[in-house]
Design a protein. Structure first.
Ligand code: EPU
Length: 342
């Protein structure tokens, strides 16, 4: 089989996933332009290869070597493409680093993404799991995205409805997974901007800095400080951010739990369900700071699992399973994994 020169065989993926899990891709290509994708799609073997699409590898648990073709998206570029009385429309290549993009929008004077500062990963991965933090989800600033259908090579646009955003969720985690490759994302950044300051820790940090009327840049600085205190830097300690979603339960089930656990944090949802704090449930079960083999529960945020050295995907899943069983036994609540397992 003759491969294009940008396709490598047996490529190590350890440095390309932030948990630092060892794995090899049978075939690996860095995609810098949609034209490279078109070249691959034209290959006779293309339709037989299983595919894995990588962005920053920050929301991924690799459980072993990856068969077929792994594509790392590094399509760059960022520009203002339109402006109306309500918003700036900004387009970014899927391979742009998310935090770098957020900082650039703020430098340009376009607010709106500051609460999502310092989230690891790429622009193209942001809508896949609808990244969110400190009272904001990317869906709220999203206009549309451009993607290539990997079966046909056709370029298409997904608007907000087509993405079917949910809490840490979108169509790209379900039926569209690995079938489309996101090449660019277009955001709508509001001209009538208000800081989102409903999060207690953010309010405390603003007060400590004696900031009464924060600018978008002040908000970003505060968010960066709060995040850095609680979440491990993936360049220092391997991790994939929150390992579980915060579980959402029915109101009746919540009433029973709240009677037994008066300190249980809870967040009522617009549809009447109640979101619980998985980190609190895990800490209550005694896991915070504990390890099982080479994988640990981060000592400052129990929702984050960390690589204590030489961990493999199976070690990560073993600890995740032990935590799920404890939480189910204590609270009767099922925790769902947040990262993509491949
Ligand atoms: N808590 C504990 N012990 C812990 C961790 C949390 O008791 O070890 C309690 C906290 O005291 C608080 C509540 O749980 O009452 C919520 O904790 P926190 O504010 O730290 O947020 P989270 O619900 O644990 C979510 C997101 C984070 C995001 C933060 C801030 C998910 C799965 N995680 O965490 O997102 O940064 O809120 O908005 O929704 C990510 O998705 O990777 C991520 C880091």
């Amino acid at each position: 089989m003759t491969l294009p020169d940008f396709v490598q065989r047996d490529a190590p993926l350890t440095a390309l996933n932030t948990f630092g899990l060892p794995a090899q891709a049978a075939l690996f290509a860095v995609i810098e332009t949609p034209a490279q994708l078109a070249t691959l799609i034209a290959l006779p073997e293309w339709s037989e290869w299983p595919r894995l699409i990588l962005g920053g590898g920050s929301n991924l648990i690799l459980t072993g070597d990856v068969a077929g073709l792994t594509l790392q998206v590094r399509i760059l570029g960022r520009e203002l493409i339109a402006e109306d009385s309500d918003a700036w429309q900004v387009r970014a290549g899927a391979g742009e680093n998310w935090h770098g993009f957020v900082q650039w929008t703020l430098e340009c004077g376009w607010p709106g993404l500051e609460n999502l500062a310092l989230i690891p990963g790429t622009v193209g991965a942001a809508p896949v799991q609808n990244i969110g933090a400190y009272g904001l989800e990317v869906a709220e600033r999203f206009d549309r995205l451009e993607a290539m259908n990997l079966a046909t090579g056709e370029m298409l646009t997904f608007d907000r409805a087509a993405c079917r955003f949910g809490y840490r969720d979108s169509v790209f985690k379900h039926e569209a997974a690995q079938r489309y490759l996101i090449t660019a994302v277009i955001f709508r950044l509001p001209k009538r901007w208000q800081p989102l300051t409903d999060y207690a820790e953010v309010v405390r940090e603003l007060a400590a800095r004696r900031i009464v009327h924060p600018t978008a840049q002040d908000m970003a600085d505060v968010i960066i400080a709060v995040r850095s205190r609680k979440l491990p830097d993936p360049t220092q300690i391997g991790n994939a951010g929150s390992f579980f979603k915060n579980p959402v339960i029915a109101a009746a089930a919540f009433v029973r739990l709240a009677a037994r656990y008066p300190d249980l944090p809870y967040y009522p949802q617009p549809d009447g369900t109640i979101k619980l704090a998985a980190g609190w449930l895990i800490e209550y079960c005694g896991w915070k700071g504990k390890s099982l083999g080479p994988v640990g529960v981060y000592e400052r945020q129990a929702l984050v699992l960390v690589n204590r050295g030489q961990a493999r995907g199976a070690d990560v899943l073993r600890l995740a399973q032990a935590i799920r069983e404890s939480v189910r036994a204590e609270f009767g609540v099922d925790l769902e994994l947040e990262p993509i397992v491949a």
